[in-house]
Write a protein that binds this ligand. Structure first.
Ligand code: KG4
Ligand code: ZN
Length: 346
C-alpha cells in the first residue's frame, strides 16, 4: 500500500484548523480527522476579523488542535508521510503561527513539509469529495475571495474573473453592519431578505453591460448606505426590503457573469470531452438564493453543479492536507524549512 497520509494546518483567517487525510493509490481520499475551532465569538463584537486577536487565538489553540487531529485519526506524528500548512494568502500573523508550527513538527519528525496556497486548497476540495476529473470551473465566494477559476490540473489554474473591490462575503458583512444586523452578515442578510419586498428599491447593477468576467460590489454597498440614509430612521421592514433588493441584485449579477464563464468553458477546446462542471466553494455558498440560481443556471447550460458539504466549503485543514497529498502523489517537491509565508499569493 503506497497510500499517503498527511497532516494539514490552516490558520490564514479566523478559523484554527488541523486535519489528517489519507490519499489512496486510486486517487480517492479519506478524511481521518477534521478539527476546526471557529473564532467567531472573539471577533463578533468588532463586526469583522481583528488580525491581532486572530493571531493570538491561533497561538493558543493550534497545539491542542493538532494533537486532537492526530489522536482522532489514530496516527501518531511519526506515521504521517508529510506535514502541510497554509502559507498564504491570508493574515500574516496567523500564517506565521501555522507555518512555523508545521516547520517545527517537520523538523522534529524528519517529515517533508508542504507550504500550501489556501486557494489551491479550495480549488482541489471537489476532487476529494466528488472525485472530479480536470478540468472544471470553480466559483470561490468567501469573506476574503471572489474568483472564477478554471482548474486545469494540480498547480494549473487560470483566473477568469475576480472582484475589483470588495469580496462577496465582505459585501454581505458590510451591508449587514451598516443596517445594524449581526456579524457575520451573510446569514443575517439572507434571513432578513426572506421577509423583504424585492421590488421596493431598485439598486444599481454592478458593471452593467461590461464584457469582462470580473465582479464589483462596493458600489452596491454605497447604494445600500444611501438608500438607508434617505429613509432614516429605518424600521424593521425597511431593513428587510433593502436586504431583499441587495441579495436580488447580487444574484442577478452573479447569474449574468457566471453564465458567460460557463459559455466560455463550452468554447474551450481543453474542456471538450469531459462533462462541463461548475464547483462552488466558500462561505457564501451557504446562501440559498445563490445556490438555487447556480443550480438552475447549470441546468440551463448543461453543466454538472457540484457543491461540496458546507463544512468543506468554508475554511478547514482537510483541504490543505488534501492539496499537499495531490502534490506529493504527483512527485512535486516539498518545501524547505526556509519557506516564507506569503500574505499575498495569487
Ligand atoms: O469561507 P468563509 O467561512 O470564511 C472566509 O471568508 O474565509 O466565508 C465567510 C463569509 C462571510 O463573509 C459570511 O458573511 C459569508 O461567508 N456567508 C454568507 C452566508 N453564510 C456565510 N453570505 C451570504 N449568505 C449566507 N447564507
Ligand atoms: Zn477560504
Amino acid at each position: 500500500d503506497t497510500s499517503i497520509c498527511i497532516l494539514g494546518i490552516e490558520t490564514s483567517c479566523d478559523e484554527t484548523a488541523a486535519a489528517v487525510v489519507r490519499r489512496h493509490d486510486d486517487g480517492s481520499g479519506e478524511i481521518l480527522s477534521d478539527v476546526v475551532f471557529s473564532q467567531l465569538d472573539e471577533h463578533a463584537a468588532f463586526g469583522g476579523v481583528v488580525p491581532e486577536i486572530a493571531a493570538r487565538a491561533h497561538v493558543e489553540m493550534l497545539d491542542g488542535l493538532v494533537e486532537k487531529a492526530l489522536k482522532e485519526a489514530g496516527t501518531p506524528l511519526g506515521s504521517v508521510d508529510a506535514i502541510s500548512a497554509t502559507a498564504g494568502p491570508g493574515l500574516i500573523g496567523g500564517l506565521i503561527v501555522g507555518l512555523m508550527t508545521a516547520k517545527a513538527l517537520a523538523a522534529a519528525s524528519g517529515k517533508p513539509l508542504y507550504a500550501i496556497n489556501h486557494l489551491e486548497g479550495h480549488a482541489l476540495t471537489a476532487r476529494l469529495t466528488d472525485g472530479l476529473e480536470f478540468p472544471y470551473l470553480l466559483l470561490l465566494v468567501s469573506g476574503g475571495h471572489t474568483q472564477m477559476v478554471l482548474v486545469r490540473g494540480v498547480g494549473n489554474y487560470e483566473r477568469w474573473g475576480t472582484t475589483i473591490d470588495d469580496a462577496l462575503g465582505e459585501a454581505f458583512d458590510k451591508t449587514a453592519k451598516l443596517l445594524g444586523l449581526s456579524y457575520p452578515g451573510g446569514p443575517a442578510v439572507e434571513e432578513a431578505a426572506k421577509r423583504g419586498d424585492v421590488t421596493r428599491f431598485d439598486l444599481p447593477t454592478p458593471l452593467r453591460g461590461e464584457k469582462r468576467l470580473d465582479f464589483s460590489f462596493s458600489g452596491l454597498k454605497t447604494a445600500v448606505r444611501q438608500t438607508a440614509q434617505a429613509i432614516a430612521p429605518v424600521a424593521d421592514q425597511d431593513i428587510a426590503d433593502i436586504c431583499a433588493s441587495f441579495q436580488y441584485t447580487i444574484v442577478q449579477t452573479l447569474r449574468e457573469r457566471i453564465g458567460r464563464s460557463l459559455e466560455r468553458l463550452l468554447g474551450d477546446s481543453a474542456a471538450s470531452g469531459a462533462t462541463p462542471t461548475l464547483v462552488v466553494a466558500g462561505g457564501v455558498a451557504a446562501n440559498t438564493a445563490i445556490r438555487d440560481m447556480l443550480t438552475q443556471l447549470c441546468g440551463e447550460k448543461g453543466f454538472r453543479f457540484v457543491a461540496p458539504p458546507h463544512r468543506l466549503c468554508t475554511d478547514n485543514a482537510v483541504m490543505i492536507a488534501w492539496a499537499a497529498a495531490e502534490r506529493m502523489a504527483l512527485g512535486l517537491p516539498p518545501d524547505g524549512l526556509d519557506v516564507a509565508p506569503r500574505p499575498r499569493w495569487p
